[in-house]
Design a protein around this ligand. Structure first.
Ligand SMILES: [Fe+2]
Ligand SMILES: [Fe+2]
Length: 326
């Protein structure tokens, strides 16, 4: 499961022809062909085990990270990828920033790409004051702030349940990402006079099954969709500052969705067969419901956010849910 590839594939499969907008629907594109020093953290994020030969998928994940870190853009297509790892430098104790290899890759990059993950027991709240767009942005900033709580909560719970350190670390990093998202959208909301409500969560069950059910719906499906939605908004939003915010948010949300699917695998391995079946069923139900949910959000969304039209949101969600289910 490579979330960035799936998002790029859905965007390519459901093009912008139905977009009625005259806004910038076609982000800048470029060919890239480069070599990057590769730190240990990138390899761990891609799941490369010390001593193992990296797979093609892992190479592409590292390539996407390298291109994004150096350019700030997304690699939409990767034509060729070679990943070399210096075995004498890469082991479980290698510091994350230590150069332990090199990735050489070429492909096509675009300047593209939300609502976030709600914590267990999240209490919904809406932005107040300001103009219409300001209140919507304040509500979204509130959801981003809720995502900070969600990932901090998740990191604590996973730590308590002795989850792999890498998963715990990625949750903490995701909480930092969400803090930045909340700040970016919060500033835009405040510029329009709106106030961001503080996130709040009621006490909730913290057993592994509850975490897995929540992750399967909020992370594997909703956060993945949010990444795709933000990618579209990064192209369509009429305001340049908002487009920039969506582009950065979309890249982070794709990583969070990837984390959710990786986490899903670990959680399922801890559960009984019956519990696993419940989690799979919850995820399947959320995928089935995605087109309807996406259409509703698209119908209600403020046009200045740049979210997809109802028709395109529905088509994208059908395509995306199909790819995720496969
Ligand atoms: Fe976010
Ligand atoms: Fe997120």
């Amino acid at each position: 499961m490579d979330m960035r590839s799936i998002i790029a594939a859905s965007l390519a499969a459901v093009p912008l022809t139905a977009c009625p907008s005259t806004w910038n629907c076609n982000p800048p594109e470029e060919a890239f062909d480069d070599a990057w020093d590769t730190p240990a953290g990138w390899l761990r994020d891609a799941g490369v085990e010390p001593g193992a030969t990296p797979s093609a998928e892992q190479c592409e994940t590292v390539c996407r990270t390298a291109y994004y870190e150096s350019r700030g853009w997304q690699a939409s297509v990767i034509d060729d990828c070679q990943l070399s790892v210096y075995d004498d430098r890469y082991d479980d104790a290698s510091p994350a920033d230590r150069v332990v290899g090199q990735v050489v890759c070429e492909g096509t990059g675009i300047e593209f790409y939300c609502e976030g993950r709600r914590p267990l027991g999240h209490v919904e709240a809406a932005g107040v004051g300001g103009d219409d767009l300001g209140r919507v942005l304040a509500t979204l900033a509130h959801l981003e702030a809720a995502s900070v709580l969600a990932f901090a909560q998740l990191a604590e719970l996973l730590s308590t349940h002795h989850a792999p350190a890498d998963l715990v670390r990625r949750c903490r990093r995701a909480a930092d990402d969400e803090r930045r998202h909340a700040a970016w959208l919060g500033v835009l909301a405040q510029q329009r006079g709106a106030t961001v409500p503080r996130p709040r969560a009621e006490p909730a069950a913290v057993d592994l099954l509850s975490i897995a059910l929540h992750n399967a719906v909020e992370g594997c499906v909703h956060e993945a969709w949010a990444a795709l939605e933000a990618a579209v908004a990064a192209e369509r939003a009429p305001d340049a500052a908002l487009r920039r915010a969506w582009a950065r948010i979309a890249a982070d949300e794709a990583a969070h969705a990837q984390l959710s699917w990786d986490l899903h695998d670990w959680l399922c391995a801890q559960l009984s067969a019956d519990e696993r079946a419940r989690v799979q069923a919850a995820r399947t139900a959320a995928l089935r419901a995605l087109p309807g949910r996406a259409a509703t959000v698209a119908h209600q969304a403020h046009p200045a956010l740049g979210f997809p039209s109802v028709d395109r949101a529905t088509a994208l969600a059908v395509d995306f849910a199909g790819r995720l289910a496969a």
